[in-house]
Ligand binder design. Structure first.
Ligand code: ATP
Length: 304
């Protein structure tokens, strides 16, 4: 079965309450269309994974409607319209399967109940592995891989699935700068190919580099729209509870890797504007380094 409608996500008034009574998200509404990479940002526990699970039909909203490419979720799943790259913590890495087997799972929706791969399935799996540079790992057990390699395996599974909508839950956690850049480049290519990519991330610094849209969530939608106009200090403070106020980090000592970007305070106001870029003269982007967003700066900087 192939996708036969344009990529889109429509979420209307969705509310999810877990069995223990916890109201995880409420009245969530937003719409996205193909050829878009959208960041889903919010603090820990703000409902990002719950939203992803709702989009995948893994949790059932008490209220609201979700349509993917114009179809209700179950129909969209049957048509292979949506692929999911889960958070690493949600995968059982001890499960005895090889990299090849995991990527082949992306083809299950194209097979009959015997699950015997066709020549096309094998070709798509090989192409997907090549695209994320893991073909040399094909016969390794997934539990033996590094964090970055594991991410690539699940990206390859999503590629093999050939879905129009791709959800990525924190793809940059535990990966080095090279892998992060490789993933960002791949997402850029997929966007140009017309895919709709929704990616949850705590790496706020890179959001403007690769996302043209943002959905900002704190159990309900705080703001949604083009990154340029929506991903600003006002909305970031609303989403992160005002913890951006005191950031005054400067220079290369922010980074413990090859990332040489710097954060510069451009004004001396009581609530300084913080900009993130290669040099002071870069066009300002209202971005802050994420190590300081949750109240405990990794560098022990008192200003955080
Ligand atoms: N299975 C569950 N049963 C009950 N409550 C849950 C369940 N899963 C998540 N929650 C709660 O729902 C809320 C939203 O969790 P969720 O995992 O969606 O947040 P998140 O934004 O993805 O967080 P993080 O950034 O830490 O991954 C949290 O308060 C969490 O404790």
């Amino acid at each position: 079965m192939t996708a036969d409608k344009t990529a889109s996500i429509q979420v209307e008034d969705v509310t999810v309450r877990y069995n223990n009574g916890h109201l995880a998200i409420y009245d969530v509404s937003f719409e996205l269309t193909g050829g878009t990479t959208c960041a889903l940002v919010g603090v820990n526990g703000s409902g990002k994974s719950t939203l992803f699970k709702s989009l995948m039909g893994l949790v059932k909203p008490q209220q609201g409607k979700i349509h993917l490419c114009g179809y209700p979720i179950q129909q969209a799943l049957k048509r292979n319209l949506i692929a999911y790259v889960p958070q690493s913590e949600e995968v059982d890495w001890q499960f005895p399967v090889s990299v090849y087997d995991v990527v082949m799972m992306g083809r299950y929706g194209y097979m009959n109940f015997l699950r015997i791969p066709s020549a096309i399935d094998k070709q798509k799996v090989l192409q997907a592995m090549q695209r994320v540079n893991i073909e040399h790992l094909a016969h390794r057990q997934i539990g033996e891989l590094s964090g970055g390699q594991k991410k690539r395996v699940f990206l390859a599974r999503a590629l093999a699935q050939q879905s129009k909508v791709i959800l990525l839950d924190e793809p940059f956690t535990g990966v080095d700068v090279q892998t992060e850049n490789a993933i960002i480049e791949l997402l850029g290519q997929l966007r140009l190919e017309g895919h709709l990519i929704l990616v949850s991330t705590h790496n706020l610094g890179s959001v403007p580099d690769f996302c043209d849209q943002v959905v900002m969530i704190n159990r309900t939608i705080i703001a949604t729209g083009p990154t340029e106009t929506t991903f600003n200090q006002h909305n970031l403070e609303k989403v992160f509870g005002g913890v951006l106020r005191h950031i005054k980090l400067l220079g290369r000592d922010l980074h413990d890797d090859e990332d040489n970007r710097s954060v510069t305070v451009l004004t001396d106001d009581e609530r300084p504007a913080v900009f993130y870029g290669q040099t002071k003269n870069d066009p300002p982007a209202p971005i802050v380094k994420n190590c300081c967003l949750e109240g405990s700066c990794k560098k022990g900087n008192e200003s955080c």
